[in-house]
Design a protein around this ligand. Structure first.
Ligand code: ADP
Ligand code: MG
Length: 323
């Protein structure tokens, strides 16, 4: 069990940002309306995430840290059939195997919760504790017991940029959740949680960038597309400013990015990228998913059709302004 957790940790926990991704997904799954993230030293010192979601019942807290105790499904394809982001039930045990974790959680508003502390997979403390409804999870000294892994970590600045990326994508995917992110005492992001995507874009990329975006909205028998896309396009934008969401999940997909860029191509110098948040919805049967814990790569069964749809939708959105 111990060893299995450490092996799984090697898969799930590549770097601080992978820990943060798993913990934010858990908070989202718990129905949180507010998610506060604090990190120190690029997440290697501390990753703390407090949410006001459903919380964990005291009797379930230890189980949540046991491997596969909560596994919901087995194959990647099912991933888009289920409503929750988490599905493997191995994030918490994997994280607890390679860090010092403290989790305080309560499932009711009566203040009666429980605290669990673990170090390198071993339980250090497990007792009743006062807690507001929700979950407060601290992960300290990541990789303290796996020096080989620790050695591979980059500079604090690099790890921080990966952490920011995780928070940004989740905030863009869920404008209805208020996210806050602070690193070494400095607040880097605060979103209002009022459902307005443009305000999330403003919080991440600045007000000017957010103002210079057009709403995009298109329907197709198989797909719907919505979001915001830049016009005019700033020169400093790069590929990283493109966020693709499929059924609410952040994915990487050339099948969406390429037609997006193609639509801009007649307007833009070839090496310029628009700031863009595109959210696609479709039946899960039209998706083929190759799941890696750290990133989600997705293929579409009717890719040619989808490409044409995306390109046309973006073209028409830009056309209303540009031609
Ligand atoms: P998974 O998300 O795949 O189910 P995890 O290891 O990430 O597996 O989490 C295990 C379980 O712990 C979850 O299924 C959930 O029941 C519970 N849990 C974890 N984090 C939270 C949270 N922030 N709020 C409520 N429940 C949580
Ligand atoms: Mg999870």
């Amino acid at each position: 069990e111990h060893l299995a957790n450490q092996i799984a940790a090697g898969e799930v926990v590549e770097r601080p940002a992978s820990v943060l991704k798993e913990l934010i997904e858990n908070a989202v799954d718990a129905g949180a309306k507010t998610i506060d993230v604090t990190a120190e030293e690029g997440g290697l010192g501390l990753i703390r995430i407090a949410d006001d979601g459903a919380g964990i019942q005291p009797d379930d807290l230890l189980t949540a840290f046991q491997r596969h105790a909560t596994s919901k499904i087995v194959t990647g394809k099912d991933l888009f059939q289920i409503a929750t982001l988490g599905f493997r039930g191995e994030a918490l045990p994997s994280i607890a195997a390679v860090a010092k974790v403290r989790c305080v959680s309560a499932a009711d508003g009566d203040g009666l919760g429980r605290v669990l502390e673990m170090e390198g997979g071993a339980v250090k403390k497990h007792e009743d504790a006062a807690s507001p409804q929700g979950t407060d999870m601290s992960v300290r000294e990541l990789f303290y017991n796996t020096p080989a892994r620790l050695k591979y970590m980059r500079t604090i600045q690099t790890e921080l940029s990966h952490l920011s990326d995780v928070v940004y994508r989740q905030a863009l995917a869920r404008p209805d959740i208020a996210f806050a992110f602070a690193h070494n005492g400095t607040t880097l992001l605060r979103t209002p949680g009022n459902g307005d995507l443009r305000q999330v874009v403003a919080a991440i990329y600045g007000t000017a960038a957010a103002k210079a975006m057009l709403p995009i909205q298109a329907e197709h028998p198989d797909y719907t597309l919505s979001g915001l896309t830049a016009m005019p396009v700033e020169t400093r934008a790069n590929r990283n400013g493109i966020t693709i969401l499929v059924n609410g999940r952040y994915v990487r997909s050339a099948a969406v990015v390429q037609p997006l860029l193609q639509a801009y191509h007649t307007l833009l110098p070839i090496n310029r990228y628009p700031l863009s948040v595109l959210s696609l919805r479709m039946h899960p049967s039209l998706l083929d998913v190759n799941v890696h814990p750290a990133k989600l790569e997705v293929r579409f069964s009717k890719e040619t059709e989808l490409r044409a749809f995306v390109e046309d939708a973006v073209r028409r959105t830009l056309g209303e302004r540009a031609y």
